[in-house]
Design a binder for this molecule. Structure first.
Ligand SMILES: Cc1cc2nc3c(=O)[nH]c(=O)nc-3n(C[C@H](O)[C@H](O)[C@H](O)COP(=O)(O)OP(=O)(O)OC[C@H]3O[C@@H](n4cnc5c(N)ncnc54)[C@H](O)[C@@H]3O)c2cc1C
Length: 426
């Protein structure tokens, strides 16, 4: 059987290894760090993890298929619990044995028979297939700030703990889930805390009627998206009220049209005056920041929670030059034998999707030798099929939403595709 190189041993790389191993397909697994766990290992150099991080999707819906998170875990486990869970998944399935640790991949190039994978020490090996699973939250998107700031500016990729904020006047720029968490750290620890948001957002509570929000949504009737947006939007208005009273802007989009912001702690801190919300930055002179509404704040630390570039630096010319790798169903390259796991940007939990995509990749690889006709058929599908995976949601046009798909839409489509190809997925 032809060998596959898997690059990265975070959740995505482990899902790929599990799918190949289950089918007895040979693979070579390469990981830059000294252990498995991906970005959940706060000690892995360059990881974006920070002490106050918790899962955003609930433990109930977020585990790998057939490997639920422990009952003793809270609804939203912290980063140490997630790391322990990922490592337990690897150990249980023998996936952590045989990995080439401390091995960074430097380049992946096409050859006549497949791909050449070159490590940082220049050692190269040839493989028929490559699964890229090296993550998308390592290369910070550092934005230019208008004017001249004389304080310290850092991207949140370097942020680890609230201790760093003590005695400082802190401005957090951006309100993704990490930005909102770190703004809450600032609200509790900094001398003065401010968050700058370009637009208004819908804040989704982590619990609705005593249940984790995703469990609540999952248990309800399936509605057309326009109705779901109305019902859920109405529910949020009842639960949160008018957020402009807290200095936030009115959202310029409907609920679900941006990545869910699962945080009501920030609303708590805004309501207690522990942090101030401001619009986009218009200008900075010295330590004085002027915002789009003319208001000003004096700060000495600006933390950019402005997201990440999704590029794959060691295989850029193979992955397309868009803001997000060009992969069919977020996993299948038009370059035969090249795959990606972990590129699914969606509004739901990722590990089940990663496992489903990994199972499809493994069966496609298996087909190449055992059922070449079916392999060719799916290569044709990869080249021509362009499904709409939005479920009618008009995602906001921003780099964060490049390649973004709806969790329900992609799950349905993966099941349909697997049925059509005669594959099984978890
Ligand atoms: C704060 C936070 C909260 C999150 N919450 C959730 C959640 O609630 N639910 C959810 O489903 N997802 C969540 N995520 C998404 C998160 O991206 C996934 O949980 C997951 O860690 C991604 O897995 P991955 O394997 O794709 O990438 P990573 O975890 O980034 O792993 C990639 C691995 O590849 C290795 N690597 C990188 N480059 C190379 C190279 N050149 N050579 C060799 N190895 C390399 C890295 O060392 C790393 O081990 C969250 C993310 C963050 C930051």
């Amino acid at each position: 059987m032809l060998d596959t190189a898997i690059i990265g041993a975070g959740p995505a790389g482990l899902a790929a290894a599990h799918a190949l191993k289950e089918r007895g397909l040979p693979y070579t697994h390469l990981e830059r760090h000294a252990a498995v766990g991906g970005l959940w290992d706060i000690d892995s150099p360059g990881s974006p993890m920070y002490e106050s991080a918790h899962f955003i999707s609930s433990k109930t819906l977020s585990g790998f298929p057939s490997f639920p998170m422990p009952d003793r875990y809270p609804d939203y486990p912290n980063h140490r619990q997630i790391l322990a869970y990922i490592r337990a998944f690897a150990a249980e399935n023998g996936l952590d044995e045989g990995i080439e640790y401390n091995t960074a991949v430097q380049s992946v190039e096409r050859t006549d028979t497949g791909y050449r994978v070159t490590r940082a020490d220049c050692r190269a090996t040839d493989h028929a297939h490559v699964v890229i699973a090296s993550g998308v939250q390592w290369i910070p998107n550092v934005i230019d700030l208008p004017g001249t700031f004389t304080g310290e500016v850092r991207h949140t990729v370097t942020y680890r703990s609230a201790k760093e904020l003590e005695g400082r006047r802190v401005l957090v720029v951006g309100a993704g889930n990490s930005g909102a968490d770190i703004a809450c750290d600032a609200a509790r620890s900094a001398d003065h805390a401010v968050i700058s948001l370009r637009r208004g957002y819908h804040f989704i509570p982590k619990h609705v009627f005593g249940k984790p929000s995703d469990v609540f949504a999952d248990g309800g009737p399936t509605m057309p998206m326009w109705l779901e947006q109305r019902v859920f939007g109405g529910l949020l208005r009842v639960l949160n009220g008018d957020l402009t009273r807290l200095g936030l802007q009115k959202p310029d989009h409907r609920v679900f049209e941006t990545h869910p912001l699962m945080n009501t702690q920030l609303l708590h801190h805004l309501g207690h005056g522990d942090i101030t919300a401001r619009p986009a930055i218009a200008d900075i002179q010295g330590t004085t920041v002027t915002f789009a509404d003319g208001s000003t704040e004096d700060v000495d630390l600006i933390l950019l929670a402005t997201g990440y570039h999704h590029e794959v630096p060691y295989a850029q010319d193979l992955m397309g030059d868009g803001p997000h790798p060009d992969l069919y169903l977020t996993a299948f390259s038009k370059n035969p034998g090249l795959y990606g796991v972990g590129f699914v940007e969606t509004n739901g939990a990722a590990y089940v999707l990663m496992s489903q995509l990994a199972a499809m990749i493994a069966q496609h690889i298996e087909d190449r030798e055992r059922r070449p006709e079916r392999w060719r058929e799916f290569e044709q599908v990869i080249a021509t099929d362009t499904p709409d995976l939005t479920r009618g949601i008009r995602f906001v046009d921003s780099p964060r939403h490049a390649g973004y798909v709806d969790g329900v839409a992609i799950t349905r489509y993966l099941h349909r595709t697997a049925r059509r190809m005669g594959w099984s997925i978890p």
